[in-house]
Write a protein that binds this ligand. Sequence first.
Ligand SMILES: Cc1cc2nc3c(=O)[nH]c(=O)nc-3n(C[C@H](O)[C@H](O)[C@H](O)COP(=O)(O)OP(=O)(O)OC[C@H]3O[C@@H](n4cnc5c(N)ncnc54)[C@H](O)[C@@H]3O)c2cc1C
Length: 396
Amino acid sequence: MATTAFVLDEEQQRFCAQVREQAVERLLPLAHQDDPALGERVNRPLLEEMGRLGLLARLFPGGGRSAAALDLCLLRESLAQVSTEAETALALQGLGFYPVVQSGSEAQLARWLPEVASGRAVAAFALSEPGAGSDAAALALEAKPDGAAGTDGGWRLSGEKCWISNAPEADLYTVFARTGPEAGARGVTAFLVPADRPGLTGEPLDMISPHPIGRLRFDGVPVGPADLLGEVGGGFRVAMRTLDLFRPSVGAFAVGMAQAALDAAVAHAAAREAFGGPLRDLQSVGHRLAEMATRTEAARLLVYAAAAAYDANGGTGGGASRSGGLHGPTGRAAMAKLFATEAAQYVVDSAVQLHGARALRRGHLLERLYREVRAPRIYEGASEVQLSIIARELYR
Ligand SMILES: Cc1cc2nc3c(=O)[nH]c(=O)nc-3n(C[C@H](O)[C@H](O)[C@H](O)COP(=O)(O)OP(=O)(O)OC[C@H]3O[C@@H](n4cnc5c(N)ncnc54)[C@H](O)[C@@H]3O)c2cc1C
């Protein structure tokens, strides 16, 4: 079978089928997604099962020192077709720990990688603040030099992080704080902060997003040189390199959701009788399904192209330097994330429309997807931010 122009080879197709099968048999029975109250808690049994299946370890190939974007996308797309809860739990483990994989020390990796890859420890990525979302470089969490911290050259973290997935239940946080007086991206440093550090507290936030999200408060939390991720002042680049890898994979999550909605709509339109025949015989229904299928496939191809561009670039998307033009990893990642998340919104909404009232019944696949599909257009760079990135790459 051809392996170019984004036809998956047989091994990749087998991998996707195997992940979907494992998700149906081993993960769905552990998922909480029909119970919104339980969905506000980290589902540790589900995460540990993904550890046992080896799915989390696939997030950190090469002993944690390399990352394959296409592999990550296939994993996310396949899981999302079966269980968005399992998909999101896996993705957050990757997002939270990738700064350590990318920029952490051998000691940090040795301490945490086995725990995170087995699902015994829960990771979270803490960048956003009440005053710094799309404009992440405006973050204000202060890292103040602290001789009294007992560590030569330590800091105390003070301030707040908001909208942090897996907070406040995670076991470790990758945290971005301001160590220097320099404005914007300069002066930001990344730290690995274990959840049991004194002064770190948090609370859950009630959101239309069926995974746990919370706020974190830092009240003089001590961190030292051993907690650094990369260099002092290099933290914004750590965050951007992490997002370069994960952005196309948010698109893959969206493609998985769109495919699940499309499959449900095709089946329903064949089975539902109205006006003397199946719904799908109405031309307007057939056209809507065709539009849904076309947008889903276009999104998939953009996602695979972006992931392949990232991998071809040696596992880097360009980071803060943002190089490569429209067809470089950064431009492609932005196009993939933008198009796939917007397409998935259209496809899921269309599937709801074609199902009629039954789709809105609590617990229905489409009711869940309708809630889930909204947030990816906002996080990891809102659609408007992706458009700005694409325009900048276009003008290069
Ligand atoms: C479900 C969910 C999970 C999240 N998980 C995490 C997490 O784990 N870690 C983390 O750090 N953060 C997380 N976030 C936060 C997320 O990254 C921010 O919500 C996002 O960066 C947008 O910031 P904001 O919400 O403050 O919106 P704002 O920055 O206030 O933007 C609001 C809107 O203004 C418009 N806008 C903003 N900037 C521009 C621009 N340059 N050009 C044109 N229009 C613009 C867009 O329409 C945008 O949606 C999560 C958010 C959600 C919803």
